[in-house]
Write a protein that binds this ligand. Sequence first.
Ligand code: BES
Ligand code: MN
Ligand code: MN
Length: 460
Amino acid sequence: MLEHLINSVNDEAAVIVPLRKSHLETWLAEQPSRVAQWVSGNRFKADAGRTLALPDENGRPATILLGLGEDDDLWAFAGLPSKLPQGGYRLVSGLAPEMASRAAFGWAMGTYRFTRFKSNGGHDFPSLLWPENADRAWVERTAAATALVRDLINTPASHMGPEELAETARSLANRHNARCRIIQGEELLHENWPAVHAVGRASPRAPRLIDLRWGAPEAPKVTIVGKGVCFDTGGLDLKGAASMKLMKKDMGGAAHALGLAQMIMSADLPVRLRVLIPAVENSVSGSAFRPGDVIKTRKGMTVEIGNTDAEGRLILADALYEADQEKPEMLLDFATLTGAARSALGVELPAMFSNNDALANDFLAAGEREGDPLWRMPLWRSYRRMLDSKVADINNVSDSPYAGAIVAGLFLQEFVSDETPWAHVDMMAWNTSSRPGRPDGGEAMTLRAAYSLIAGRFQK
Ligand code: BES
Ligand code: MN
Ligand code: MN
C-alpha cells in the first residue's frame, strides 16, 4: 500500500492537477486555449473523482486533471490508482499541505486490498511521488492504522479468535515498548471479570481480557475500550443466517482500539494510554450463558440476561468499569454494538454518545475536520426504565423494539461515572458496497476523527 508512494519519478511522469469545481474556470483562464477546448470538449466539470488526461505536444498524456467536486473530497484521490495506467505520477507543485497529505493518503487507500487468502494476491498499481508538502508521518501512520483495522475485521473468525486478537495486541505492544497483560479463561473469574467470562465461556477458544499500557505515568490518561467479539452467533438466542453472516466483524471496536493505539504510540503523543479489550467468542454450547440467567459484573451490579445476543454491552461493562476506576481524562469506547444504530443512521454514519458536551463537540469537530463523520445521539435518561429488571439490578435488553442504540448506550453509562469524560461510538465498521479507496468489507470509521481529537487535546 505505502509502497505505491515513492521517492523519485522520472521527468516523463504525468502531473496530476486536482481541481475543485469552483476553481475550474480560474484555472482554465490561465491555460492555453487548446486546453480549455479539450476540457470543454470532454465535458470535464471537475465532478468528484472524474479524471481527464491532457496530451502534450507529442500526444502523451502529460497532465491528469482530477475533479474534487464541491468540497475537495479526500476520497477523490483514491480512485486514481485503479484508473490510471501503470507508471509514476506526481502532483502539481504548490498544493496546500493539507491537500497534499490527503492526496497521498487517498492514493494509499486506493491501493488497499485484503489479499491474505488469495493465492494470486499481487496487484499492480501505478505509483505516486510523495507530494512535497505532505505530512508524511501523518500519512504513513493513518494509512497503516486504517489498513490494520480493515485487515483485522476482514480476517475471518477461523483466523481471528480471542487468542489471535490478543496476540495482535501483544505484538503491537512489543513494537512500541508498551506493557500488555492478558487475562485468560478461568483466570477471568479469579480476577473479577465475570461478564467477560460469562459471555465467552461457551467457546473452546477461551475468552480474554487484554490490558495494554503505554506512556509516561504522569501524562494525562486516555483510555480506549473496544468490543472484541470475534464472532457473534447470538449465543442461545441465536441469530438468523442473514444477520449472522457478517459477524466476524463484531470485533471491529477492538480493531479500532488497536489502530488508534498504534497511531498514538507511533506519534508519541504525550498521553498515558491504556487499551482495554474484552475478547470473546459468543458461541453456543452446553456451557453457554442462558436467557434468564443472572450474571454479576465487575462493578458488582447484577444483570438479568434478557437476550444473549446483547453480549457486547456485557463485556464492555466490565472493561468500562475498570477503565473508570483510574479516572482517565478521556475515555473512548468503540463497538459494533447495535443493529438499531444502523436503523437510525445507516451504515456509513457512526452514532456517538457522550456524558460530556465539550468532549462530544470536540469529537464532532474532529470528524468534520478529517472528513470522518459521526453523529451524536442522546443518552436519554427517561429510557433508562426500559432496562429495569424484576430479578436483578438491570436487564441487558429492553422489551421495547424502539431506541435500541440509546438503550445500549444507557446500559454502558451505568458503568462510567459522570465525572469521567466518556464517548461511546456505535459503528458498522463495514462497507456494504465498494467506493474508491473503500472496498466492501472491514472499514475504519471515526479513527482519524478520534486521533485528531486526542492529538488536538493533548499535543502541545
Ligand atoms: N453485534 C450485534 C450488533 C450489530 C448487528 C452490529 C448488525 C452491526 C450490525 C450485537 O451484539 C447484537 O446482536 N445486538 C442486538 C441487540 C438486541 C438483542 C437487543 C441487535 O442489535 O439486534
Ligand atoms: Mn449480539
Ligand atoms: Mn455483537
